[in-house]
Design a protein around this ligand. Structure first.
Ligand code: PMV
Length: 368
């Protein structure tokens, strides 16, 4: 199976689960969030992206999940799941996890045979506006793959990682990019050999050293709940008048970014990454119905970054995810002066002066 480089859905179906050797136990996995540079916005059924995307895997923003399993006394097809979030019983996440289990049961059929207790916590504060779906679903997918390995000890590390990404994608598309790091492509692109719409692939080229320790400071502009979820936003791309052109542009932008990540041209990096962020939000502004996720302070910060860059010898730039918060990106050699600028000029626009300092990380790991 591992000889094939591109795996299909069929390759991810676990067979021979007739003799489970597991009765009860637990796995704990840690998985990070990621920030897309080329954005995924628009999908078909089951999280198949309309265009390829690429992201920096983060290091400090992560979820730690413990999956406790115990064999069911009598067999039933219903999923028995209890969720604790940061130590407290949580009913809110349960429907999402049940839906996730329904989507993945074909590939990990053993999940019907167990009762599960899922204990999960984030390194970043709850309701900080940082989406936890990428880190959350990738951590859970890694736990499930640790279980699968008990049934099928022959699976290779490469297969395990691809299938973890494949499963994570079925929870939340961008979660497919959180299993590995520091830079992951998800979605088919002609210049990324073995890339797939089904799972993430590590950036396969030699990275220019300037990107090896890039920084991302997340400015928490708005911690409240988003008015429009990502799911609704993705769906609005179906009838979107500019969708077709956007998907072509994302493919072209990925080609450009591949070269930039190899050659280290930061001017080109800045204009491409900022343009992608604003294009994502332009899609929201031009959806029917239209919506705005940026806040007045998002724009104030963007202007401050542009002013600072113009008047200083700086390569600081920003990107956005589907929300009002700003990710400020800069190379390691500009760390001190960039942090100085952020503290002096940007923190006043953040809720409670709150920011999170991050850098590039390795991806998901099994803790125990
Ligand atoms: O994974 P989802 O369905 O929450 O979508 C995430 C979409 C963006 O964060 C806006 C872009 C991306 O590629 O991560």
């Amino acid at each position: 199976m591992e000889k094939k480089f591109i795996l299909t859905e069929k390759d991810f179906i676990l067979k021979n689960t007739n003799t489970p050797i597991l009765h009860n136990g637990s796995f704990t996995c840690k998985s990070p969030s990621n920030i897309a540079l080329i954005k995924y916005w628009g999908k078909s059924e089951l999280q198949i992206p309309k265009n390829p995307s690429i992201s920096f895997t983060l290091n400090n923003c992560h979820t730690i999940t413990t999956l406790e399993y115990s064999e069911k006394k009598s067999s039933s097809q219903d999923f028995e799941i209890t969720v604790f979030f940061e130590g407290t019983l949580n009913e809110e996440f349960k429907p999402k996890i049940e839906l996730f289990f329904k989507r993945i049961v074909t590939y990990v059929p053993f999940i019907s045979n167990f009762n599960f207790i899922i204990k999960t916590e984030n390194s970043f504060p709850h309701s900080s506006g940082i989406a936890s779906s990428a880190s959350g679903f990738s951590a859970l997918a890694m736990c499930l793959m640790s279980m699968e390995k008990e049934f099928n000890s022959q699976i290779t590390e490469e297969y395990l990682i691809k299938k973890a990404s494949f499963l994570a994608r079925l929870g939340s598309g961008s979660a497919a990019r959180s299993i590995q790091g520091p830079i992951v492509v998800w979605g088919k692109h002609p210049e990324i050999e073995n890339s797939s719409n089904l799972y993430g692939t590590l950036f396969p080229f030699k990275l220019h050293p300037i990107f090896e320790n890039y920084h991302d400071v997340i400015l928490l502009v708005y911690k409240g709940e988003k008015k429009i979820s990502s799911t609704v936003g993705h769906n609005l791309m179906h009838e979107h008048p500019y969708a077709k052109q956007r998907f072509i542009q994302a493919n072209d932008n990925l080609s450009k970014l591949i070269e930039i990540l190899k050659n280290g041209h930061l001017n080109s990096f800045i204009s491409l990454v900022e343009s992608e962020a604003l294009t994502l939000h332009a899609m929201m502004l031009t959806s029917d119905p239209y919506f705005i996720l940026m806040k007045p302070n998002t724009l104030k910060i963007i202007e401050k970054i542009w002013d600072y860059r113009k008047n200083n010898d700086s390569n600081i730039c920003f990107t956005l995810d589907a929300g009002a918060n700003i990710h400020v990106l800069f190379p390691d050699e500009e760390r001190e002066k960039s942090l100085g600028f952020i503290e002096k000029e940007l923190l006043e626009f953040c809720e409670n002066n709150h920011f999170i300092s991050d850098n590039l990380g390795k991806g998901a790991e099994v803790i125990s």
